[in-house]
Design a protein. Structure first.
Length: 462
């Protein structure tokens, strides 16, 4: 008995084993590509009519049928069937039910291999642009928060040890720069995948005289892909999306870690909003930074999505392999994860309350202005390495006597070096330290203000 229920069943006599059928099916997740699948089919059949492969009335019948399927999908009444394996066969089978045998002409000069490559590329390109737009919103939040908190001093860290005082605005603008690069990565990725694989066939092209440039243009691509093997046998566009997503998640994990630390009782730098925190079922006093903790944790999940697809692709010979069925779930998962976290952070950050007095006091701890004292000596002609050693000994003395640098006496300063006096202590306040860092990209208010203004201009005139 022929396996006629399958669109590819002509060569088969025995039916597919039910377990194989379930194992082979991808419709449960690739039905997310249905809008792209219908768009691709519309472009393809229109081209078949334009080049004379199909009659005009056949094209119209197919287009009308596809439009009816689109309405069913949008109304959530489309009859999805697992035994039809994937989104493509579900749409094609439903089309035949609606318009009859002419539906079979839709697949002329096309393979499921170039069809899925097209659908997936269309989806991932849209996802790149969605992530870039979400990041642009978050980038705007970073600039607004830098403006709102301008003048607030906080400690800057290296090795999670107090290093030098910085402006909180400088901290926000650092993340602005990181998210800016994330935006460019997604736009770059979208630009690189802006080629249509439709018409590549199963792997070798097609003998039909089709117009791949027409379908590429209709679907919003810059051009068709140039090699049929590469068209159906490559998934680097998905890998690039996952790479950009992973890098962005790493940045989000970093800011999450800082907010988790800064909102703790020990730091007390920031109060996170009630709307984006949770409580404890047993400890009434708790306010847990769950959004930030989940964002930090989900970074590992997205990294895993990238590694999963890298592992799938690395052993696949050209051209198409069923392994590629495993490309979609990691991409869908990473996109869903990043999108919601970007939205949550854009909501949460403007609601955070920074504790300016606490951050300023913390900025003065740990002898954070010691470098300023060494620079003072260097400006008096003392070699910086010698100045470094002199100030290092003064810091050691302060540690032993539990004092701050500004509490040193005139005699202690003069004994440490003849060019030191009480006047030198004017440079060791946190305000003086911040104001002194006027190099391009530094944390001095004048430089941070310039950075904010430049950011505003870049946002308004991309």
């Amino acid at each position: 008995m022929s396996n006629t229920k399958k669109p590819w069943g002509g060569r088969f006599e025995a039916p597919t084993d039910k377990l194989v059928e379930a194992f082979n099916a991808s419709v449960d997740f690739d039905k997310r590509l249905v809008l792209e699948d219908i768009a691709g089919s519309k472009a393809h059949v229109s081209m078949l009519g334009a080049v004379g492969i199909l009659e005009a009335f056949e094209v119209q019948q197919i287009l009308d049928g596809l439009e009816n399927i689109l309405k069913e999908v949008e109304s959530d009444v489309f009859p999805w069937r697992t035994e039809l394996e994937d989104v493509h066969m579900n749409v094609e089978t439903r089309l035949k039910e609606l318009i009859g045998a002419v539906a079979g002409k839709l697949h002329t000069a096309r393979s499921r291999n170039d069809q899925v490559a097209l659908d997936f590329r269309l989806w991932v390109k849209k996802a790149c642009l969605r992530m870039a737009h979400k990041l642009e919103v978050l980038r705007e939040v970073m600039v607004s928060e830098a403006e709102r908190n301008f003048g607030t001093i906080m400690p800057g860290y290296t090795h999670l040890q107090v290093a030098q005082p910085i402006l909180l605005s400088h901290w926000f603008m650092a993340y602005f720069e990181m998210f800016n690069r994330d935006i460019s990565r997604f736009y770059d990725a979208a630009n690189r995948m802006n080629e249509s694989p439709l018409g590549a066939g199963a792997l070798a092209g097609t003998p039909w005289q089709i117009d791949r440039f027409a379908t590429a243009k209709k679907l919003g691509f810059a051009a068709p892909t140039r090699n049929s093997l590469d068209s159906v046998g490559s998934r680097d566009f998905a890998l690039e999306f996952l790479s950009a997503t992973s890098i962005c998640m790493a940045t989000l994990s970093r800011i999450s870690e800082e907010l988790i630390l800064y909102s703790s009782f020990e730091f007390g730098f920031v109060i996170l909003p009630d709307s984006h925190t949770t409580g404890s079922s047993i400890m009434p006093q708790k306010k847990n930074p769950d959004v930030s903790e989940l964002a930090r944790g989900k970074a590992g999940r997205v990294f895993g999505d990238l590694m999963a697809l890298l592992t799938v692709v690395k052993g696949t010979p050209l051209a198409y392999n069923k392994d590629f069925q495993e490309d979609k779930e990691p991409v869908f998962d990473a996109a869903d994860t990043l999108e919601v976290i970007l939205q949550l952070y854009a909501q949460m950050l403007p609601k955070c309350a920074w504790q300016t007095e606490t951050t300023k006091l913390a900025a003065a701890r740990g002898y954070s202005t010691a470098t300023d004292l060494a620079d003072y000596l260097a400006r008096q002609g003392v070699p910086f390495r010698d100045a470094h050693e002199v100030v290092g000994k003064l810091v050691g003395s302060c540690v032993n006597t539990k004092r701050q640098l500004w509490e040193l006496t005139a005699s202690e300063l003069e004994q440490a070096h003849p060019k030191l006096s009480l006047a030198a202590l004017e440079v060791v306040t946190v305000e003086a330290s911040v104001n002194a860092r006027t190099s391009y990209g530094g944390t001095a208010p004048i430089r941070v203000q310039e950075a904010i203004e430049a950011a505003r201009k870049s946002i308004q005139n991309p």
